[in-house]
Design a protein around this ligand. Sequence first.
Ligand SMILES: Cc1ncc(COP(=O)(O)O)c(C=O)c1O
Length: 424
Amino acid sequence: MKISKRTTELGTETAFDVLAEVNKLKREGKDIISFCIGQPDFDTPQHIKTAAIAAINEGKCGYTDSAGVFTVREAVARYLSRTRHIDVKPEHVVIANGAKAFIALSVLCTTDYGAGHEVIYPNPGYPIYESQIIVNGAVPVPLPLVEKKHFSFEISELEKRITPNTKLLILNTPHNPTGGILGEDDLREVARLAKKHDFWIFADEIYSQIIYDKEFRSIATLPGMYERTIVSDGASKSYAMTGWRMGFAANPILAPAMARWITNLEACGNHMAQYALKEALDGPHEATNKMVKSFHERRDLIVGLLNQIDGVSCISPGGAFYAFPNVTKAVKRLGLADAEALRALLLQNGVAVLADTNFGARNPEDEDHHIRLSYATSKENIVKGLARMKAIIEQKQTAAPAQTAAQTGAPTKAAQEVAVPNSS
Ligand SMILES: Cc1ncc(COP(=O)(O)O)c(C=O)c1O
C-alpha cells in the first residue's frame, strides 16, 4: 500500500526533530541546556484554569457552532477591536484549536489547488507556512528578510515577487524566528501594494502581546485593510496556553468560509477551552504583563551575552521570545559549513539551539548564517548556556577542529569548566 505523494512530501517543523534529539541526549544522561522551545516557561494563570473547570462542571462539553461559542466570539471581537483599533464584530470571528489552523485555512480560502495561485511568505519563517502552501496546491514564493532592516523585508523585493497570480501575502509580526517587528512605514507600503494588486493578507499576530519597545501595530488597523486581512492571534503565547489549543481569526468576508472549513476538518474548537480563552481575554492581565516583563529582562540579558561572544553578533529583537544572532564569523572561523553544523556542534557540547535552515531553505544570495535561541527559559539557564556557548565557540577558534568535538558527544573541557556567574 502506498502513502500519497503529498503526504510523503509534507513539510514539518524540523524543530521537533531537534527536540527529539535533545530529549534522546537527555535520556542518555547528557547535560543539555535547551534554547529550542517556542513556548512560555510559565504556567497558565489560575483564573483561566478555574474558568475552564467551571465550564466543564456546567456541562460545556458538547459540540459548539463551528465558528465558536457566540459569547466567546464576542470576547474575541472586543479584544481585537481594542488592540487593533478596528470594528470587529463577533460574526467576523472564528475560533479554532490553535492559531496554526488558520495558516492552512487562509491558503484554502484564498487559492485554488493547482491553479498556479501564488502565496508570498517570509523567509526565514515559521515552517508551516511553506508546508501548507505546497500541500494545498498553491505556489510558494519566499520573501527574504534582511538583518539590516531588523528582519523586515525590502519593499522592492516584495514588489518584484507580486504577479497577477499573487493571491495571498503572509505577514508575521512579531516574527518567529527573528523576533523582528514590521515598522509602520513597511506596513503602509504593504497595504498600498495589497490594494493596488488586490491580494489578501494573512496577518499572523500570535506574538502580538509579547512586544517590548513599541506598541503593537497590525496592518488591519490601516484604512481599508481589515476587509482584506485575516487577523490571526491566539491564547498560546500571550497566556501560556500552548496545550489548550485556542486560536482565533477575524475577517468580515472570510469568516463564514473559514467556519465551513472547520465544520469539515474538526467540527469546532474545544468547548471548555473556549471558556478558558474568554476568561484569558476578558479577565485580569497581570500574569501576562509579568511574563512579558520577564521576557523583556531575559531578552536584554541574552542579547548582551551573545554580543560578548567573539564571532557572534545579535541585534535586539523587538518582540516574541527569540534571539536570532548572526553567527557567520563563528561558522567561518570554526571551519563549519553553515549554521546547521554549528547547531550540531553546540548540541554535542551541551547547548541546544535551532539553525536558520530549520526555518526555510537559505537564500543562495545570502552569505550570512544565523541560529535561533528561545529565551523562554530561566535567567540562570541563559547565563549558564551562554557561558557554555562562548566557551565552545571561542575555544574552537584556536583549538581542535570542530568535527573532533562534535564526534566526542560530550561537553568540551572548556565548556564544562566555564564558571556560571550569578544570575540575579
Ligand atoms: C509564527 C507562529 N504562528 C503560529 C503558531 C501556532 O500557534 P498555536 O499554538 O496557536 O497553534 C506559532 C507557534 O509556534 C508560531 O510561532
